[in-house]
Design a protein around this ligand. Structure first.
Ligand SMILES: [Zn+2]
Length: 208
């Protein structure tokens, strides 16, 4: 299992109150230099949208060269084409005029490290943060768990390239998505910062 990255990052131990203050201080500095951004229109100026994973190592503004006002960025665990991601993409096009969409999954994604069954078992055991090692995910069993996890499709990833293809196909074939929007499928490499195209996804996402 590719669990090393998670094991070294979960439970880093920064105090919650410290983070709160750091964020507010950073925001103070950002707002002090806000300038012309006050006049940005709501529709994205470069008329495209990116659907990608919430992974902290991915910064779409940097890897795709975005400034404020340029594009929509929709993020969730895995960058999956969930019903809610599609809701956002449809609004992005129908009301705010984006014309091209990028779906970007990435190497070493946490969504490759578990299955629905594992997540449901962990949550049923307790709600506390689980730990991971070479033998997989473990739960402390402290406190109450919940079987609510059984009712959620966690949209985990068994095969990285295949998940990009499936998500591009799902969006491409969705009845609320017009055929003339090109949908591009990529894997972002966390070791190089590169966007690597997925040929089958590119073919599936071609504008009709
Ligand atoms: Zn991820």
């Amino acid at each position: 299992m590719r669990n090393t990255t998670i094991a070294t990052t979960v439970g880093g131990g920064l105090e919650i109150s410290k983070i709160h203050d750091e964020v507010l201080r950073a925001n103070e500095a950002y707002a002090a230099d806000f300038g012309d951004k006050a006049n940005l229109p709501m529709p994205p100026g470069r008329r495209f949208a990116v659907l990608t994973c919430m992974d902290a190592r991915l910064d779409p503004a940097k890897f795709a060269g975005l400034a404020e006002g340029d594009a929509h960025v929709i993020r969730n665990a895995g960058g999956r084409a969930s019903d809610d991601a599609i809701r956002s993409l449809v609004i992005s096009y129908k009301l705010l005029g984006t014309r091209e969409w990028f779906i970007v999954h990435h190497t070493d994604c946490g969504m490759e490290t578990f299955t629905d069954e594992v997540m449901r078992r962990l949550l049923a055991s307790s709600l506390k943060t689980a730990t991971v090692d070479q033998s997989g995910w473990h739960d402390s069993g402290e406190g109450r768990g919940s079987t609510e996890g059984n009712y959620i499709d966690w949209l985990t990833i068994a095969n990285l390239e295949q998940s990009v293809v499936e998500d591009v196909e799902r969006v491409r074939n969705h009845p609320l998505v017009p055929g003339d929007i090109p949908i591009y499928g990529f894997v972002y490499d966390v070791k190089s910062g590169r966007l690597v195209p997925v040929p089958d996804a590119m073919a599936a996402g071609k504008a009709r």
